[in-house]
Design a protein around this ligand. Structure first.
Ligand code: C2E
Ligand code: CA
Ligand code: CA
Length: 791
């Protein structure tokens, strides 16, 4: 049903509706289409009509009078030739007659043809008294076919044919007295109505098709017109783009070229007809790279790089890259992605700007931003130059490195700006002492380098070092503050110590480090044995790394006693390295290196679980309950992974947190870094004990300690060693004990080697003691034995 509605009424209404909208021009077009439709096969139609008429006349020759035959045939022929004339006229000069008028004339011609055929039946019957059934059937089929084929394009033409062809016979039959004839008349009338209906349907369809075709043609012509207009505006856009200095190219979403301007040819040096619509960006890039002589592999690599940049650009919404051309030009490529995925690329020549920037950057890169002095990089290139000359002249060169002692302390205690001013002051002092044979550079931070073109044995080199050391030692006044600083100095000489720039700098650095190690304000001259020292250190760092997996690192435990009860109060776990070739290596030797190379972290991760398990094991053996202390490196303490590690070790050993004591140094606390404080708090909340190790050697103030969540203070061994001989040490120890107690801290004395020390500490109300006098660090089973013996 629905289909039918759509197929007939809907369609019809739509056509009518659209028909109404057609303007006169469109109407004329449709008429013209109707005419051409009607004219299709006209020659055949004329031929068939005339032949059929002649055959009919041959059949009826015996009983139809000749004059009647001739008249009838002439009638058919005239109507046919009239139609042919109409076609000819329209073909030769379409403007001579209005299409509507033509259609009316054609309808008339159709009427005459049909009348001729319609009357033929009547006059046949009239002459013969009856109708030949063959003729009758052929006649009906002919009328139906011709009506539909000839007339369907024009509404009136259909009826003008069917009605005159059939009506005479129908009327004639109905008027007969014979019953069969009357029946035939009615059947013919029904057929006539049916044929009118079919003809109408055929017309509606054909006409509808013509209307649609016309609409289509109209749209196409409008589109063509628009395209012509667009072409004009496209041409003006193209003109505008070509005027631009920058290169512009528009690509579709697949990076096929849509639009470009003249500058693109100049930028890429393409021949003038190279670029074309649809050319892919990869092909464009390939042509360019090939033209500048890149190899196929390199071309693929470069294209890949560019495409990655574009893809990244698509993600962020825009492209902003720099293209260095083979001719030395530099282009900024800016790209915008449009909503439909197409891309506009903009090439701007920034060669001058980029070169100016690079120059400025180069200038900046040569100098230290704070002091304005040449930086380390410039120092090295200058040294290279001087060495080349000195090599020719067979001259010697001295390299001096200076490092300000305690600079970090100044920065931390005062402020960074005071630190900066100090650097500038010191730079000026050094500069003022130099002569024309000397070249000064500021390596950044608190380090300076001097190249001196003379012999190390000449008076000048050491004289300068000492002069600088003396002058820098003098208080320097900054912002009203009087600062006391020292400078450590390391020296090395070309060509004796080395001939290579990097090696010479490394030597000077080794000497400087040695000077620093020896204390403030020292001057050290490099010698080859120092290098071996460094080499041995490097070997050891590698060895630590390699032996991590093996069980060369173990823990020994040193007992601590309560000075009141003299019972065990805790043990300190101390790392030991059992080297397969070198035997026992002291922690004092390898711990600093393990810290330097960060190996201390995996080492602690390996040994902390062991210490926890050992503590739990002693507890399970029914021994008195005491905590196990483990030393923690500041480096490890600052790691995010540290607290989770502690938690995991406690859980895995099933150890109560207060049985674990973590020994940290003052440095961790004095950093005042927020992370360190929050780690301390987390550990405190976890329930583990916290001790400050080597107390008294750093800068920490006892008052500051009060605000921190720690439990124990371990007085540094140096005070204990001196306590019997020096009253000063004794007073320091007494002060620490007194103040510590007022903050609820437990005080542990380290390095107790003598009974007198132990007794004196007990008198001073020190809580606990640890040292060789009580017990040396020992393997766990030995300690178990020790505890059992001392119970
Ligand atoms: P420390 O934490 O101050 O450990 C105490 C050091 O003093 C130990 O040296 C110990 O053997 C030694 N000692 C104990 N009693 C006496 C005494 O009466 N007289 C003298 N002269 N020395 C005594 P050790 O074992 O050589 O350790 C040296 C340093 O290495 C330790 O100093 C500690 O800072 C570090 N260290 C040791 N084990 C570890 C560890 O597992 N982790 C970390 N991060 N550092 C560790
Ligand atoms: Ca310790
Ligand atoms: Ca200590």
């Amino acid at each position: 049903m629905k289909m039918e509605t759509l197929g007939s009424d809907y369609y019809k209404n739509k056509i009518i509706e659209e028909n109404e909208q057609l303007n006169q021009i469109e109407q004329d077009h449709i008429c013209a289409d109707q005419m051409s439709f009607l004219s299709k096969g006209r020659a055949l139609v004329v031929f068939v009509n005339l032949t059929a008429a002649l055959i009919l006349l041959l059949f009826v020759e015996s009983y139809v009078p000749f004059p009647l035959s001739v008249t009838w045939f002439s009638f058919v022929a005239i109507s046919m030739f009239f139609r042919l004339a109409l076609f000819r006229m329209w073909r030769n000069d379409p403007d001579r007659i209005q299409p509507e008028k033509w259609l009316s004339l054609y309808t008339g011609a159709m009427f005459f043809t049909a009348s001729a055929w319609g009357s033929s039946v009547v006059f046949l019957i009239a002459s013969n008294g009856q109708l030949d059934p063959v003729y009758f059937a052929t006649f009906l089929a002919g009328v139906a076919t011709l009506a539909i084929i000839n007339g369907s394009a024009h509404f009136m033409a259909t009826y003008a044919f069917i009605i005159p062809a059939l009506v005479p016979l129908s009327v004639f039959s109905i008027l007969q007295e014979h019953e069969d004839s009357v029946k035939l008349g009615f059947i013919l009338s029904a057929f006539l109505i049916f044929l009118i209906y079919v003809g109408h349907k055929a017309h509606t369809l054909v006409y509808g098709t013509l209307v649609l075709k016309n609409k289509n043609d109209l749209l196409v012509s409008k589109a063509m017109e628009q395209a012509r207009k667009n072409k004009k505006s496209y041409e003006s856009i193209q003109h505008l783009l070509d005027q631009m200095g920058a290169g512009v190219a528009l690509f579709d979403k697949n990076f096929n070229l849509l639009l470009w301007n003249k500058s693109c040819y100049q930028i890429f040096n393409f021949p003038n007809d190279y670029l074309g619509v649809g050319l892919n960006i990869k092909d464009i890039l390939r042509s360019y790279y090939r033209s500048v002589g890149k190899t196929a592999d390199r071309i693929n690599e470069l294209i890949q790089e560019r495409m990655t940049e574009y893809d990244q650009g698509r993600e962020t919404g825009n492209i902003n890259i720099q293209l260095n051309m083979a001719d030395g030009k530099i282009f900024d490529i800016k790209g915008d992605f449009l909503e439909d995925g197409s891309t506009i690329l903009n090439f701007t020549d920034v060669t001058h700007r980029a070169k100016a920037n690079a120059e400025a950057l180069f200038q900046m890169g040569q100098k230290d931003p704070l002091s304005g002095l040449p930086n380390r990089l410039t120092f090295k290139s200058q040294l290279k130059k001087i060495l080349r000359i000195s090599n020719k002249k067979k001259c010697k060169v001295v390299i001096t490195l200076l490092n300000i002692d305690n600079f970090k302390f100044v920065n931390d205690t005062y402020s960074v700006s005071v630190g900066d001013s100090l650097i500038i002051e010191i730079a000026t002092i050094i500069q003022n002492n130099l002569d024309e044979n000397e070249y000064l550079a500021h390596f950044g931070g608190d380090e300076f380098g001097i190249i001196g073109q003379y012999d190390l044995n000449s008076k000048r080199s050491l004289e300068l070092a000492e002069k600088l050391s003396q002058q820098i030692k003098e208080p320097i006044s900054i912002n009203g503050e009087s600062l006391n600083t020292d400078v450590s100095i390391g020296l090395t000489q070309y060509p004796e110590d080395d001939r290579n720039v990097n090696n010479l700098l490394r030597n000077a650095d080794i000497a400087l480090h040695k000077a620093k190690k020896e204390g403030h304000g020292k001057i050290v001259i490099y010698n080859n044995s120092m290098h071996f020292e460094i080499q041995n250190r490097n070997i050891m760092v590698n060895e630590i790394r390699e032996s991590l997996a093996s069980s060369q690192f173990i823990l020994h435990y040193q007992p601590q006693i309560d000075l009141k009860t003299r019972q065990i109060s805790g043990v300190e776990a101390l790392m030991r390295w059992r080297h397969p070739d070198k035997g026992w290596i002291s922690p004092a030797e390898f711990i600093p290196l393990a810290e330097l190379s960060k190996q201390i972290i995996p080492l602690t991760e390996q040994l902390l679980p062991e210490a926890c398990q050992q503590a739990q094991s002693w507890q399970e053996q029914g021994l008195p309950i005491f905590p196990v202390s483990v030393n923690i490196s500041p480096l490890h303490f600052k790691e995010k992974s540290f607290v989770p590690l502690v938690r995991k070790c406690l859980e895995e050993a099933n150890l109560e947190p207060e049985r674990l004591d973590l020994e940290i140094t003052e440095g961790i606390i004095m950093d005042r870094a927020d992370e360190s404080i929050s780690t301390l708090k987390e550990l405190y909340d976890l329930g583990v004990k916290l001790s400050i190790d080597d107390f008294g050697t750093g800068y920490s103030s006892l008052t500051y300690l009060r605000s921190l969540p720690v439990h124990n203070l371990k007085i540094d061994q140096s005070f204990i060693h001196d306590m019997l001989a020096e009253t000063d040490s004794r007073s320091v120890i007494a002060a620490i004990i007194q103040l510590g107690h007022s903050f609820d801290l437990k005080i542990i004395a380290e390095g107790v080697e003598k009974l007198e020390e132990l007794e004196l500490l007990a008198e001073m109300k020190c809580d606990c003691a640890q040292g060789y006098h009580i017990g040396r660090p020992m393997p766990p089973d030995k300690l178990t034995q020790w505890i059992k013996e001392h119970l």
